[in-house]
Design a protein around this ligand. Sequence first.
Ligand code: TXA
Ligand code: MG
Length: 342
Amino acid sequence: METKLIKLNSENFDAAVDEAAELIKKGGVVGMPTETVYGLAASAFDESAVEAIFEAKGRPQDNPLIVHICDYVMLKDVVASIPPAAAELMRGFWPGPLTVILPRSSAVVPAVSCGLDTVAVRMPSNPVATELIRRSSLPLAAPSANLSGRPSPTTAAHVMRDLKGKIPLILDGGACTVGIESTVISFCCEAPTILRPGIISLEDIKERVPDAVMSEYAVEPVVEGGQVSSPGLKHRHYSPKAAVTLVRGELSEFADYVAERRGAGVFAMCFSGEQDAISIPSVEYGARDDYAAQARCLYATLRTLDMLDAQCIYVRCPEMSDRALPVYNRLIRAAGFEVVEL
Ligand code: TXA
Ligand code: MG
């Protein structure tokens, strides 16, 4: 299959989004930008279209998808009920990078949720995503548009690299402004539980839903045989091809540690402004205290290291504070939950 990539501008926007909407209405899948990461979108009401998403990504059959909507009328088609606390979060954070797990309506095909009776739903703020949903008149199931297990794509070029020949169309709306996936919170647990941290933090959410909690699996591996509220938590995620090691300590200690491990394919990943202190090849992923920049740069940096044929990446460990947690969560998974303490 040939994959068409359309770089959107004010002249071609209407025709391109219409073309994508037509494809979706016919059961096709389309790569679309969102504010978080690029998504691979298809109708949440069409079983074979949803199957095509799993097929293109090579996604495990037990990892459910997020459904994207553009308004509250569509929300009613997707979920069976809305608890008041969930509605409060929607008022606060939609459209935006927040996904809410609620009881699934029967209109959403079971394949979207891998047979669960819940559904993950989000109203994105990216205008391309919003227009595509609106013009398709369909809620769109869309996982991140990477090959399963690879870092999420934050540009259309990343999507092309992973899915060229497997999907018919990618809309290029530029680089994603957030850079990591949405915060996922479930209202189908005992207390509202954040299953995946994102830039909307636990503290942000507690201002509106005081009893919200963070899943322990945000920073810990899922124990063998343990109860998993989100199947996505147990899959290896966000991984470049290289072995990733998180290293916690002062910059001078880090510099010494990596210098001792210098070799072909060995790279350091450090905070912005630190490169000069490091004697082996390195890339920067945002300033130490600029958590938004770290999130924005993270996946592109991991992909750059893949292109450089990195075999072994030593990463300056981010903080575990409320704001820094989403980046720590992605990196600790890429590192297989190991941190070297200096
Ligand atoms: O920002 C985002 O959320 C991006 C953009 C494209 O919207 N999407 C995204 O989708 O990250 P994906 O498929 O890569 O991640 C969806 C996560 C997975 O961890 C999955 O297990 C979880 O949401 N999830 C989806 N439906 C669920 C459900 N019914 N119950 C529990 N977890 C669910
Ligand atoms: Mg993903």
